[in-house]
Design a protein around this ligand. Structure first.
Ligand code: C2O
Ligand code: CU
Ligand code: CU
Length: 520
């Protein structure tokens, strides 16, 4: 099937109309009053963050009209809020572990919204669960005591059935946490620390965004765009000195996954993943990033020649693992991967830096602590008759927690995500039912214990798995068709209702999501 044919058949108007009904039904579920500032909280940093309609320069020529964040610092360190170089519309919030942050989120969109802090261990009311979605014109005040390790986290809207649309329209941001352990390592910082947010988009002839229509089939496939943007920009490029850099790479596309490599064939030196720094660096040739995954890379450009450049190359895959790099316009083909970011080297003298060896020490999660190591909590991923299920359930009521989705506070558990590749065969849709699902759990960081495959390894599976970053602590793990992935996590600090879901945003909106409750 041609991806391009279904990318075309829609208008933004049909989307808005089609979803007005479901937005209304969401509204009729019980109303929760938006959180307000509590006088005793005493924030170190206070930010106003607005979701608004506004333009950004994503391509040469006309500006693209987006739904985007704007904001200001009301109190504390001015550098806590900036915008990524590129189109300038993607916010970066920079905080330190132990800081208290108050964020006034103001919804100036024409529909409900709420912001989720992806990767943070946080109390339920601050997590941005869709039950807290606020109306246009309303404010929701987040008060967060940052208790995560130094690392690259992010934030995005999470209103039920509208997450995919709102993120696509331009609403996502990066959240960087620093801590003392990281300070001591002297990693590249300031202009030598480069955040790279990867997203794909399709544009019409007037540089405006094109999304998929309401047809359920399109949503099942997930949206993959014609262009891969870095920091909101098509053709991102940056002039850098020939020395060590730290790249914080994150895939915040709606559905696509990427296989990344350097144009000069160098290895990536991975120093961190979703939940922060690793204990020691890992070298690998390629990086495979599903939606929501982050990787922290250390790179020394000192052996490069002044005036030359290297490119970060990406192969793009749809969730059904079609490599669609070749279909894309405006790209120089190079081995089926195309450059998405270019680094040009300035004429300053090269300054080699020894790579860091020992990185971070953090409390190890041990499988021995898990009570259910022999009988992991299973999460079976399946699709039937155009619907998406986790354990044969689609997302129920906003507040409904299935009986078996209850975990104990301070317990350590093994979960097993099983992507049954045989599901849905014979439904007349061929290979589309076999999809890679990036599975995400709110409120925890987990350790990937194992990955097993039902049948023999395909060449594509081998190619993609060579780029997996299954180390350190993670909150998203990509589960390929036919795979079982076991993860280990501990439910700490907060009781309440949280979510786990597929992070293909269209799948999440179609109900591939479940509440779970952490109980004392
Ligand atoms: Cu990044 Cu429930 O989300
Ligand atoms: Cu999340
Ligand atoms: Cu999925």
């Amino acid at each position: 099937m041609k991806r391009r044919t279904f990318v075309k058949n829609l208008t933004a108007a049909s989307l808005l109309l089609g979803n007005a009904a479901s937005a209304l039904s969401a509204q009729m579920t019980q109303r929760i009053e938006p959180a307000v500032a509590t006088p005793g909280f005493m924030p170190d940093i206070e930010i106003i963050l607005r979701a608004v309609l506004g333009p950004a320069d994503m391509l040469e020529g006309a500006a693209t009209q987006l739904w985007r964040f704007t904001g200001e610092i009301m109190k504390g360190d001015r550098s806590a809020l900036s915008f990524l170089d590129g189109s300038g519309h993607i916010p970066l919030i920079r905080v330190r572990r132990g800081q208290r942050i108050r964020i006034h989120f103001e919804n100036q969109l024409p529909e409900q919204s709420i912001v989720h802090w992806h990767g943070l261990n946080i109390e339920q009311r601050m997590d941005g669960h869709p039950m807290y979605a606020i109306e246009p014109g309303e404010r929701y005040v987040y008060e967060i005591a940052i208790d995560n390790r130094a690392g690259t986290y992010w934030f995005h809207p999470h209103p039920h059935e509208r997450t995919s649309f709102q993120v696509y329209q331009g609403l996502s941001g990066m959240l960087v946490v620093h801590d003392e352990q990281e300070d001591a390592l002297n990693l590249p910082q300031g202009e030598h620390e480069i955040p790279l947010m990867i997203q794909d988009r399709t544009f019409d002839g007037d540089n405006q965004l094109v999304y998929i229509g309401n047809m359920r089939h399109n949503w099942m496939m997930g949206f993959s765009g014609d262009y891969v943007l870095v920091n909101g920009r098509v053709g991102y490029s940056k002039t850098v000195p020939r020395t060590a850099h730290r790249l914080r790479i994150i895939n915040t596309s709606n559905a696509s996954l990427y296989n990344l490599r350097w144009s000069d064939g160098a290895n990536f030196r991975v120093i961190g993943t979703d939940g922060g720094l690793l204990e020691s660096a890992v070298e690998q040739f390629a990086l495979t990033l599903g939606v929501g995954e982050r990787v922290d890379v250390w790179v020394d450009f000192s052996a490069q020649t002044a005036g030359s450049s290297v490119h970060l190359l990406a192969e793009s895959y749809t969730p059904s693992l079609q490599n669609f790099t070749a279909e894309q316009g405006g790209a120089t083909m190079q081995d089926n991967a195309r450059p998405i970011a270019s680094f040009q080297f300035d004429s300053a003298e090269a300054v080699p830096v020894a790579p860091p060896t020992q990185l971070s020490i953090y409390p190890a999660l041990s499988e021995d602590e898990a009570g259910n190591s022999n009988a992991p909590r299973g999460v079976r991923i399946s699709m039937m008759r155009g619907s998406f299920y986790l354990n044969n359930r689609t997302f129920g009521g906003m507040h409904d927690v299935p009986e078996e989705n209850v975990v104990k506070l301070n317990s350590t558990e093994v979960w097993e995500f099983a992507n049954d590749a045989s599901m849905g065969m014979g439904m007349g849709m061929g290979g589309m039912m076999q999809m890679a699902h990036p599975m995400h759990v709110h409120n925890v960081q987990f350790k990937v214990l194992s990955r097993t495959r039902q049948s023999g390894q395909s060449a594509l599976h081998q190619h993609l798995s060579a780029g997996f970053t299954d180390y350190g602590l993670k909150d998203v793990v990509l589960v390929l068709p036919g795979e079982k992935v076991r993860v280990l996590m501990k439910f700490e600090n907060h009781t309440g209702v949280y979510l786990y879901h597929c992070h293909i945003l269209e799948h999440e909106d179609l109900g591939m999501m479940q509440n779970f409750r952490v109980e004392a």
